[in-house]
Write a protein that binds this ligand. Sequence first.
Ligand SMILES: [Zn+2]
Length: 157
Amino acid sequence: MAVAFKGWLTNANVRSEAVRKMKSDYKELLKRAQSQLPPDILEHKRFEIPKVKSGAIGMRTYIVNYREIAEALNRDPLHLLRYLSREMATAGSIDGARAIFHGKFKNDTLDNLIQHYVQEFVVCPVCKRPDTKITKEKRFSFLTCEACGAKSSIKTI
Ligand SMILES: [Zn+2]
């Protein structure tokens, strides 16, 4: 036993071969583990909230990249619109890729509101991942997490 151990330590070629094999086994294992993940979890690995691009014309504020934001959050554009309109106490509508709100609102205000929306209606309160869906049961709404399976009640808007 002792001799074999000594041989293992002194034979550099054998040792590096063993290390190389271990590394490639590990890589193989990692690759296999990743290929078993559902593709949408990999897609959401880098979750970023797009920054609002807005502009005001007269007494109206436009969010130019509105649809892009709703898509990045994987939320119904109308749901986000109801939230923003309510928070800003104004009327809003969707016009193609843009959203239009009555009144003048700063870009920072819009960014902050969208971050609040993400905290309340996108991110799972249990595992903090954004892989969620909103479901409705009667008059109640839930945030169902596809990553950890948690189901959390949320406000209906
Ligand atoms: Zn979760």
